[in-house]
Design a protein around this ligand. Structure first.
Ligand code: BDR
Ligand code: CA
Length: 319
């Protein structure tokens, strides 16, 4: 099975993705690293410990960054994920916080070095921990197998942003970190709004999961209530996009996605802060800030039905 460290800011869809990674037989989630984002670092770490314990995931949890590298903090997205990140579900106040003594970036570096070429970093929150890992251990690029992130938007199918007209939330929360991660010399695959807005968990799909997938199905239904309320009130649809689980799906079965190659940069200031741009490999420009960095993979197409089936089969197998 593919070893992953799952870097996350739980987060409702983060919880859905964690359960997916836990369920998939070809994924071995050795670690969960936490980052601020949907909630504070305290809430996100408590939620990660709660999910890891409650569903016997058996992962090491390491705590990460409490804020972005240099920009002013944006603050938790309580309107989407609720007061403490998991909608109306509250991790108990006395939840044991069993965390590794190492910080998330140090844990990533040591794990990558202990298992050269075997660890995929799957990051579904702001990319601060990955950027700090690059700073702490620049050689980490030679030890990590691959980096797969949920974040960004490149204008495929009209999707440019969800937190601003031109920025996706995870990139907007720490654009400097994202630019470092995308321009580092390691292979990155970006699963952004271009594809996550092509997939949809309908209200009906989640009802069926509740009825057919035991405790875990019930939990996914419960945790998604707040999220679905946001979607129905703000976007006018019954269901939600498949954000963070799509990054896990890419690791489990890359054939679900169509990708495009080219170097990627991030706008780090001004009104377009957090905007992501990919230059296609075969273009030439006179003023080019892209070419020095390696080509990365951007997902531009997804087989939605197959993705929903894979999620279904995996979650049901836990029942
Ligand atoms: C991303 O932002 C967060 O709200 C979600 O958990 C997801 O990682 C979607 O833009
Ligand atoms: Ca997330």
């Amino acid at each position: 099975a593919q070893k992953i460290i799952f870097d996350t800011d739980p987060g409702i869809d983060d919880a859905m993705a964690l359960l997916f990674a836990h369920a998939l037989p070809n994924i071995d989630m050795v670690g969960i690293t936490t980052v601020f984002g949907n909630g504070t670092i305290e809430d996100c770490t408590r939620n990660a410990c709660y999910l890891n314990d409650r569903f016997n995931m058996g992962a090491t949890v390491a705590r990460g960054a409490e804020g972005p590298l240099t920009r002013d903090p944006v603050g938790p997205t309580t309107v989407v994920h609720g007061e403490h990140g998991l909608g109306t579900i509250e991790a108990p106040a006395d939840q044991p916080i069993n965390i590794d003594p190492r910080s998330a970036p140090v844990y990533m570096s040591e794990m990558a070095r202990a298992h050269p070429g075997e660890i995929t970093l799957v990051a579904v929150g702001p990319l601060t921990n990955l950027a700090l890992a690059l700073e702490y251990d620049p050689e980490i690029v030679n030890y990590v197998k691959e980096v797969v992130i949920m974040g960004a938007a490149f204008g495929e199918n009209g999707h440019r942003g969800n937190i601003s007209p031109v920025a996706e939330a995870n990139i907007y929360d720490d654009p400097h970190a994202a630019d470092l991660v995308f321009t580092a010399d390691w292979p990155v695959t970006i699963v952004g709004l271009d594809v996550t807005h092509q997939s949809f968990f309908s209200g009906d799909y989640l009802d069926k999961l509740r009825d057919g997938a035991g405790d875990v199905g019930q939990f996914i239904w419960d945790v998604s209530r707040f999220y679905l309320k946001f979607y129905s009130e703000r976007i006018g649809v019954d269901g939600c996009h498949v954000h963070d689980p799509s990054a896990v799906a890419y690791v489990a079965d890359p054939s679900l996605f169509i990708t495009r190659q080219g170097p990627v940069r991030v706008v780090t200031e001004g009104p377009a802060i957090g905007m992501t741009i990919q230059k296609s490999d075969d273009q030439f420009y006179h003023h080019d800030q892209w070419s020095p960095s390696r080509a990365q993979n951007v997902c531009v197409g997804v087989e939605n039905e197959r993705l929903l089936q894979l999620y279904w089969d995996s979650i049901v197998s836990l029942a």
